[in-house]
Design a protein around this ligand. Structure first.
Ligand SMILES: NC(=O)c1ccc[n+]([C@@H]2O[C@H](COP(=O)([O-])OP(=O)(O)OC[C@H]3O[C@@H](n4cnc5c(N)ncnc54)[C@H](O)[C@@H]3O)[C@@H](O)[C@H]2O)c1
Length: 253
């Protein structure tokens, strides 16, 4: 467990899946957490769970692709928790469709949630991060680097996350603000297996190189590492946490 006592982390998409596990992991390290999600009901549950661990938690429900939510979340984090040390841009949607199937509205929702949100949140949080000499950790995807399933909108949004991470790291280096990303491979969350039967899920899991699918904790601990002082000389990188999935020639599903 990383020592994150006295720090404040903002985590988007924290109501379930990887984001909820990131919030748990930071709280276990002693950090106070500002949680955000579009799912207000689950977000309230997540906040209650985090508060029970003994750290302070605030939550703001809203759409990460909107300027008003970014302003409210970052404003609430700084006014209620006093500072921001880490911004984790995790919220994402995954639309599996070919280019012809994808509607312009779906394309925009994909890019708004997965990429525009990084711009809005980072822009809003930069003054606080500059003050704390903090860091940003973005959640990319293996889909930024190789074909997985037909989802041009998703893959291109995640490739954008990688480029955004690299360029913002250079921009903010003079302020001693680090910017990194984690690129998960297949991780066992509801988001990944939506629409798959138990049998299809079991079959998909058999194919993974290390003999298991990734767990949300595999991503959360990588994010906590990148946010910790142990990573103080790391910036601008996207760390694959994939169980080697990008190395193998076999399909992911
Ligand atoms: N699960 C995987 O295999 C996998 C692989 C690679 C990358 N990722 C990435 O990891 C991140 C988390 O994925 P997950 O598997 O935990 O997904 P998930 O669907 O389980 O959780 C995503 C969370 O984001 C929230 N969200 C969605 N749209 C939002 C919006 N517009 N505003 C605010 N919140 C919103 C959802 O309500 C949900 O709580 C995503 O960025 C995803 O692309 C996941």
């Amino acid at each position: 467990m990383r020592d994150l006592a006295g720090r404040v982390a903002v985590v988007t998409g924290a109501a379930r899946g990887i984001g909820r596990e990131i919030a748990r992991t930071f709280a276990a390290g002693g950090a106070d957490i500002a949680l955000s999600d579009i799912d207000a009901e689950r977000l309230a549950e997540a906040r209650t769970e985090i508060e029970k661990t003994g750290v302070r938690a605030v939550s703001v429900a809203g759409d990460v692709g909107t300027e008003s939510h970014a302003a409210e979340l970052i404003g609430t984090a700084t006014s209620s928790l006093g500072r921001i040390d880490t911004l984790v841009n995790n919220a994402g949607v995954w639309i599996i469709k070919t280019v012809e199937e994808t509607t312009p509205e779906e394309w925009d929702r994909q890019h708004s949630t997965n990429l525009r949100s990084l711009y809005l949140m980072s822009r809003a949080a930069t003054p606080a991060l500059r003050e704390s000499r903090g860091c940003i950790v973005n959640i990319a995807s293996i889909a930024a680097f190789r074909f997985t399933v037909p989802h041009v909108a998703y893959a291109s949004s995640k490739a954008g996350v990688v480029a955004f991470t690299r360029d913002l790291a250079v921009e903010l280096a003079p302020d001693r603000v680090r910017v990194n990303a984690v690129a998960p491979g297949p991780i066992d969350t509801q988001g990944l297996f939506d629409g798959l039967s138990d049998a299809e899920r079991a079959k998909a899991c058999e194919r993974f190189m290390l003999g298991r699918i990734g767990a949300p904790r595999d991503i959360a601990t990588a994010v906590a590492f990148l946010a910790s002082d142990d990573a103080s000389y790391i910036t601008g990188v996207t760390l694959p946490v994939t169980g080697g999935a990008e190395l193998a020639a076999r399909p992911l599903q």
